[in-house]
Design a protein around this ligand. Structure first.
Ligand SMILES: *Cc1c(COP(=O)(O)O)cnc(C)c1O
Length: 378
């Protein structure tokens, strides 16, 4: 018998109070009772998204909302810019390509954030760009992009900005309205403490107007339809009823903690994680580390997947290796999102120390845990 601890950057751990909500008796969705649940969870999402605008709930994984953000905002023949610096930011360009949308890619070194000055130049040189697509937490490199500065640039050029906050939402600071972000996309299985299966998308007035008039073919992921139903606390199709019942409780719990207080808490936890790693000689991969997930270079001569596998097989605790050929074996990633707390991370470091030691890495047992405790409790 083994317990399972999920410190992967999605899916993340689901608390027992949410699991209990997910298992309740099925209810019909065209009822007052369900509409109230949809309304309360939708209002709660607005707080977490830091927006006064609608946050739509779709039945898909996060990528469904990413695709909707492309197909519903960009008309045939219009151009977009994609800011790429890892596996997930590349996805925006892959979606655009699949839909035949002309895309200008601005690539940055992995582990760094796109430079707003470069974006400014690119937008000056390319008139008629409809929107810029980018990422809050680039999960593959554990890097947080400087959305605030990038949104200042898009605002200056009167171009929309869409942000993939699937992993970052709730941990990495994102002040959607204050920073002038038009579209924010997220998913249920990371910071929101739910199983996979729901996608979310917030739309500024400008983005709503674009969605109402867009001329790409859409059906299931028509945001026009979703917006019209949202006004009536309804959904166009059968919603993922149980997940939305769970969402209400998850969102309420986050509100009880306080959205602002959680940003502070995750920033401190992320700092403690970086410090703990350094205390056993690990180095942080990212130049602009995220508060949702941390990536460390694996020690010389070791393979990331082997470390991950040993931790899971021997102790039931899951972290992640890298993504993409280049990074796969080079980094390990520890998620601190959603339900993950300080005590989970202490356990994670104690097991990481044990596994690294077993693999022949010179280590002073307890050093990372001590440093973590010093930062958190000290
Ligand atoms: C997990 C993740 C996705 C993918 O979401 P799915 O729910 O698997 O579709 C996209 N972007 C980022 C930044 C992610 O972390």
């Amino acid at each position: 018998m083994k317990r399972r601890y999920l410190l992967t950057p999605g899916p993340s751990q689901v608390p027992s109070f949410v699991r209990e909500a997910l298992g309740r008796e099925m209810m019909h969705h065209r009822t007052e009772e369900f509409r109230e649940i949809l309304k309360v969870s939708g209002e709660g999402l607005k707080e977490i998204f830091c927006t006064k605008n609608p946050v739509l709930t779709l039945a898909s994984s996060g990528t469904g909302a990413m695709e909707a953000a492309v197909t519903n905002l960009v008309n045939k023949g219009e151009k977009i810019i994609v800011l790429r610096g890892g596996k997930f930011s590349e996805r925006w360009a892959e979606i655009a390509k699949a839909w035949g949308i002309e895309t200008i890619n601005m690539d940055v070194v992995w582990g760094t954030s796109p430079d707003p000055v470069e974006l400014d130049k690119l937008l000056t040189a390319n008139k008629g760009v409809k929107a810029v697509y980018t990422t809050l937490c680039e999960t593959s490199t554990a890097t947080v992009f400087d959305i605030k500065s990038l949104a200042q640039v898009t605002k200056k050029h009167n171009v929309m900005i869409a942000v993939d906050a699937i992993s970052g939402l709730g941990q990495d600071l994102l002040l959607t309205d204050e920073w002038g972000v038009d579209v924010v996309v997220s998913g249920s299985q990371k910071g929101l403490m739910l199983p996979p299966g729901l996608a979310f998308i917030s739309l500024s007035e400008k983005a709503q107007a674009a969605a109402m008039t867009a001329n790409q073919p859409t059906f299931y992921f028509s945001l026009k339809k979703a917006l019209k139903n949202y006004e009536k606390n309804d959904t166009a199709f059968t919603p993922a009823v149980s997940l939305i019942v769970g969402l209400k409780d998850a969102v309420n719990a986050i509100k009880e903690d306080g959205v602002a207080a959680r940003f502070v808490r995750f920033a401190k936890m992320a700092y403690a994680v970086r410090e703990a790693g350094k205390a056993i000689g690990l180095t942080v991969y990212s130049k602009r580390p995220s508060d949702s997930v941390t990536a460390f270079h694996v020690p010389e001569g070791m393979k990331a997947k082997e470390i991950v596998k040993k931790m899971r097989k021997e102790y039931g605790l899951s972290i992640a290796a890298g993504q993409g050929e280049e990074l796969e074996e080079k980094i390990i990633r520890i998620a601190h999102m959603g339900w993950v707390n300080e005590q989970d991370l202490i356990m994670c470091f104690s097991l990481l120390e044990k596994v690294l030691k077993d693999m022949g890495y010179k280590i002073k047992i307890g050093a990372s845990v001590a440093r973590f405790q010093e930062v958190i409790y000290g």
